[in-house]
Design a binder for this molecule. Structure first.
Ligand code: NAP
Length: 246
């Protein structure tokens, strides 16, 4: 499945109850190459599986990241798959902006915190499990709209900015992690428009063939990761295995 990683590898999946995160979790649990999967979510994971271990916490908080760090206790992690992210959210009135006057500083800070700061803070928290000599893939879900080069339509200020910042943080972490683990591969991944609660309000104009199931996306993203080597660390890929310009 993932030739860069050893047999019986250890994986951590964050956002494990999200649409894409849960599909990745299922795919990892069913793979013979996987030894142990730690699923991290704010809400309990419905599955029971001999390979599955869960950490029920909010990893957007320092306490949540500490709980994950304690559970890992410095053990090597071979696959860290981050699938948390927010585009809209009613309790905190987060909505993608169409115009400048819709920018709201609280909502902006929330989106930046979840989509950009948290993935980097997570790497900081679990750094003892990433450094060393073991092969490790760190994949974090980004979005094509975070590409500054690709921005032809505008809008979605906070989400675009958060994913661009996410990409910069991952690229920077890739450079540091290469010094600490020559076998590390850090990837930003764009899943394509996927039928999850995140995309639900924005699916009306998406042609059926361009709206993917989470299961299809999980399969595609695993294939994209399978083709990467240490030379690819600090890069940005779409679900089809094509590189995306920053
Ligand atoms: N769906 C798409 O079309 C699409 C397109 C491009 C990029 N992406 C990216 O793919 C990633 C996964 O998205 P998805 O489509 O699977 O969305 P989703 O079903 O909404 O899952 C996102 C997960 O992020 C975590 N999360 C969201 N808000 C949070 C908050 N306030 N505090 C703590 N955790 C929070 C939750 O994990 P738990 O419930 O497990 O706690 C949530 O289930 C995101 O980074 C998104 O930007 C998605």
């Amino acid at each position: 499945m993932l030739p860069h990683l050893p047999d019986h590898f250890t994986a951590v999946v964050t956002g494990a109850n999200g649409g894409i995160g849960s599909a990745i979790l299922q795919r990892l649990l069913s793979a013979t190459q996987t030894g142990h999967v730690i699923a991290v979510s704010r809400t309990p994971i419905a599955d029971e599986h001999p390979k599955l271990d869960t950490v029920i916490t909010d990893i957007t908080t320092a306490d949540g990241r500490e709980a994950l760090c304690k559970r890992l206790n410095g053990r090597p992690v071979h696959l860290f798959f981050n699938s948390i992210g927010v585009l809209h959210n009613s309790p905190q009135s987060v909505q993608p902006e169409k115009r400048l006057e819709q920018l709201d500083e609280t909502a902006f800070a929330q989106v930046m915190h979840i989509n950009a700061a948290t993935p980097a803070l997570l790497l900081s928290a679990i750094k003892p499990s990433l450094q060393g000599k073991h092969p490790t893939i760190i994949a974090s879900l980004s979005a094509r709209v975070g590409s500054i080069t690709d921005n032809g339509y505008g809008g979605w200020y906070s989400y675009r900015a958060s994913k661009a910042a996410h990409n910069m943080l991952m690229k920077t972490a890739a450079i540091e992690l290469t010094r600490l683990n020559k076998q590390s591969v850090v990837l930003c991944l764009h899943p394509g428009t996927t039928d999850t609660s995140l995309s639900k309000p924005f699916q009306a104009r998406v042609p059926t063939e361009k709206l993917f199931t989470p299961e299809f996306v999980a399969e595609r993203l695993i294939d994209v990761m399978a083709k990467r080597t240490t030379e690819d660390t600090g890069s940005f890929w779409d679900w089809a295995g094509k590189p995306i310009p920053w």
